[in-house]
Structures are given as C-alpha cells and as structure tokens.
Design a protein around this ligand. Structure first.
Ligand code: AMP
Length: 213
C-alpha cells in the first residue's frame, strides 16, 4: 500500500496517517516530523530548515526530495508507506513519481482531505502535540484526559511553534499557491480520491478507509 495524504495544514493528515499506520502496518512518513526532529537535534538539516518553518514557508524542494528518496528506499517501506505532508509542490510530485518508477513502484491512492479555511484556523489554533510520541490533541474536539498531558505516553503537550495566527495564514497561502495544484496533477493520473475532513476523527477515518480499500 503506497498512499499519499493531501490536504491543507490542519486537515488531519497526521492523525489519519497514524491510524492508517496502525491498521495496515506500514510506516507513516511525515516530512514535517522529520524536519522538526532535525531542528530539535540541531543538525545541519534542522538549521537549514528552521528559518523556513518558523515563517510558514516551504523548505526548498531539493532538501525534502533528497530526504524522501532516502527514506522510501529503507527496508520498512517494502510493503508500502503513507506519505503525510509530501509532496507539497508539483516538482516534489514529479520527482517522487520518477523515483518510484525507477524502483518499479507507483502510488496506489492519493486521499485528498477537504476542509475549509475557517475550520483549519480553529483546528490549528487549538491544537497541541506530544513532542515525545507525536500524539495530537485539540482543546475542544479531542481534549487529553489530563490537561497538558499526552494520553498515550504521559509526555508534556506543547503547541507547535508554527501554530500561531500569523504563520497559520501564511501556511494556508502557501498551500493554495504551491500544494493545491497537486489535486489536478493526481486527478489527471486517475488516483485522486477526495473525502470530507469534517466530523470526528473516527468518521473521517471510515471515509478514508472506504477510499483505500
Ligand atoms: P507539517 O508538519 O507537514 O505541517 O510541516 C511543517 C513545516 O515543515 C511546513 O510548514 C514546511 O515549512 C516544512 N515542510 C514539511 N513538509 C514539507 C515539504 N514536503 N516540502 C517543503 N516543506 C515542508
């Protein structure tokens, strides 16, 4: 199973990717998570990426394309993978197709999570994540059992640095300009499936499963 989750920031790609990973036993590959870890570890990649991430801009294509090319060749990706947050530009999508073709593989399905800008803003502004296990919560729709503490691992929840009003708006602009055109790209390839990303996490998951099966 080789899957891409497409959609604006806050559509729920990360949450759905984690549920799909559990269901199908294939890795979730989130370029955002890889980059945030690199920033935390203060690696060369992290230092390079941070200035873009802090202001809601995309990290240069060549950097993320290199990351993904390396990642999908690893052994745990043999049975498939779920791409979450990649590709985000047409060039990234083209390079991904090229790499997969060279490997004799292809993307099976692109699930496009559709949600409007108003909903995205409210979701991101109320979101907190666990830096230890990646668990995601929302103050209204998915509150943790104990305020500020991850239900899964007990880690202390934090708000992402880029989940502030100004950066959220910038990320939405970037999505419209650079990432939304991917819907047309994959529609032409015949593997785009659009689902409504409104409702509970479980409702959205059952819609996603319908598309994937
Ligand atoms: P995310 O966690 O997917 O919302 O990504 C957080 C930030 O990481 C984005 O705002 C970008 O700065 C960067 N990023 C993640 N994935 C990509 C990508 N495929 N291409 C470029 N930048 C990315």
């Amino acid at each position: 199973m080789r899957l891409i989750l497409l959609g604006p920031p806050g559509a729920g790609k990360g949450t759905q990717a984690k549920m799909l990973k559990e269901q199908f036993g294939v890795p979730q590959i989130s370029t955002g998570d890889i980059l945030r870890q690199a920033v935390k570890d203060n690696t060369e990649l992290g230092i390079q990426a941070k200035s873009f991430m802090d202001v809601g801009k995309l990290v240069p294509d060549e950097v993320v394309i290199g990351l993904i090319k390396e990642r999908i060749k690893q052994d745990d990706c043999e049975a498939g993978f779920i791409l979450d947050g990649f590709p985000r530009t047409i060039l990234q999508a083209e390079k991904l197709s090229e790499t997969l073709t060279e490997m004799g593989l292809a993307i099976d399905t692109v699930v496009n999570l559709e949600v409007n800008a108003e909903e995205v803003i409210s979701r991101l502004a109320g979101r907190s994540t666990c830096p230890d296990c990646g668990g995601m919560f929302h103050e209204e729709s998915r509150p943790p059992k104990v305020s500020g503490v991850c239900d899964g691992c007990g880690g202390l929840l934090a708000q992402r640095e880029d989940d502030n009003a100004e950066t959220i708006l910038k990320r939405l602009d970037v999505y419209q300009e650079s990432t939304a055109p991917l819907k047309q790209f994959y529609k032409k390839q015949g593997n785009l499936k659009t689902v409504s990303a409104r409702g509970s996490v479980e409702e959205i998951f059952s819609r996603v499963l319908e598309m994937v099966k």
